[in-house]
Design a protein around this ligand. Structure first.
Ligand code: ADP
Ligand code: ASP
Ligand code: MG
Length: 402
């Protein structure tokens, strides 16, 4: 193998000590692979802090300026990491998104990667340097600095692996993908191999460990992705094309939680289908992701959105209707996921039993071929996730092997 892309998230770069440790791991990896590209996120919670500062100045900050502001976080990490490598006598260079040739398009703060011109990266590799690229950012058709949406540096990493046609390793603060968030379910098990499809479902239903867009890219271009601990220890998880025997697994392989969900209810709106259509078209055209939509008997329309889009959604609803609306911004989406759901029934009944036994109510339900999701109060998160993990044998010591 001549190339490798390694990605480190904010949790692995939270302070300068951690940056030095990451530098040592990169040098170890470079002994095995000639050309190393490292993609990094902003240090620790930097991106959140930058957003808070912007919100102290404005409730709806200008999105182009937000791109400029948020991209600054990753620029701190690339330079510090490159300095850490230099101090270990390793040649390296930091590149911003545009210097690395990452061209993007679309709406500010939610841009997509159009293509990557890897010539600068190759030049630096020929000079023997490790190339450190700022994740989460690029430049758009008008040469503006752009960002890819929260968690976007996973996508930067896999996109670079696609452009360089090499594997991608994502290093984080856990030693692989688990059957449930190990912070909630202490006994959750590491999954050694997972199909792109199941992983994508998990990621889009909230398992933060990798971004769904990154898995989708990996799947479309056949790029193997490994999730591993930021110390390099442990086996990690390989995300790859589903094998036939994967279909014979557990019915449910994972419980995921999407935090920061908002549930909206617009009164009587269902009586105006044309306006509803316009509203949803507007959301779609502006990359405002609307989820779990339902219309009930008294023609109220309910749907969920991400909390980061709350102000936008409120503004848009008021634009399209005079009807009253309510929202709850303290809910989450809890999902059970498994390829085996295609072939076996009874999952919904079993989940319903768990909700009844735990005395937890849910507001909305949605399903896909391989998952069922429930909108529940945030305060019930630990209780319901732990109970579901127990019910579906997702803890260590249970008899299923992965
Ligand atoms: P990074 O800073 O490296 O991008 P993230 O915080 O985005 O890391 O993702 C890692 C976190 O994802 C872990 O600390 C863990 O709490 C969480 N997580 C949620 N679901 C899962 C899961 N199924 N397996 C592993 N980690 C998970
Ligand atoms: N720093 C960005 C964020 O916090 C990108 C990333 O971490 O992937 O969303
Ligand atoms: Mg992340």
């Amino acid at each position: 193998m001549t190339h490798i892309v390694m990605k480190f998230g904010g949790s692995s770069l939270a302070d300068t000590q951690k940056i030095k440790e990451v530098a040592r791991l990169i040098i170890e990896r470079k002994k095995e692979t000639k050309n190393v590209v490292v993609v990094v996120s902003a240090m620790g919670k930097t991106t959140n802090q930058l957003i808070e500062m912007a919100n102290e100045i404005s409730l709806l900050p200008n999105k182009r300026e937000m791109d400029v502001l948020l991209a600054s976080g990753e620029q701190v990490s690339i330079s510090l990491l490159s300095m850490a490598l230099h101090s270990l006598d390793q040649e390296s260079i930091s590149l911003t998104g545009w210097q690395a040739g990452i061209k993007t398009y679309g709406n500010s703060m939610k841009q997509r990667i159009k293509d990557i011109d890897t010539s600068r990266i190759s030049q630096e590799h020929q000079r023997g340097k490790i190339v450190i690229v700022a994740g989460f950012q690029g430049y758009d058709e008008d040469d503006n600095i752009s960002t890819l949406g929260r968690g976007g540096s996973d996508t930067s990493a896999v996109a670079l692996a696609v452009a360089l046609n090499c594997p991608c390793e994502i290093y984080t603060d856990v030693d692989g993908i688990y059957t449930a968030d190990p912070r909630i379910v202490k006994n959750a098990k590491v999954i050694s191999r997972i199909s792109y499809e199941e992983c994508m479902e998990m990621a889009s239903l909230g398992a933060k460990v990798i971004e769904a867009r990154a898995v989708d890219l990996g799947s479309r271009f056949g790029i193997p992705i490994k999730i591993a601990l930021n110390t390099g220890q442990g086996q990690g998880t390989i995300i790859e094309k589903g094998k036939k025997d994967m279909l014979e697994e557990n019915v449910i392989n994972n419980v995921s939680v999407l935090d920061n969900v908002v549930l909206f209810n617009v009164n009587n709106f269902g009586k105006e289908p044309r306006q509803v259509l316009k509203l949803f078209e507007y959301f779609a055209n502006n990359d405002i992701n609307i989820d779990v939509i339902s219309q009930n008997f008294n023609d109220d329309i309910s749907f969920t959105s991400k909390k980061e889009d709350l102000e936008d959604v409120k503004t848009v609803i008021s634009k399209f209707t005079d009807h009253k609306y309510q929202y709850k911004d303290d809910v989450i989406k809890v999902s059970v996921i498994g390829n085996g759901m295609r072939y076996q029934s009874g999952v919904a009944a079993k989940v319903y039993e768990v909700f009844t036994n735990e005395d937890v109510k849910f507001y909305q339900v949605s399903t896909s071929e391989i998952s069922i999701s429930y909108i529940v109060d945030q305060c019930n998160k630990e209780k319901i996730v732990t109970a579901l993990a127990k019910t579906f044998d997702l803890e260590k010591g249970d008899h299923h092997e992965y």
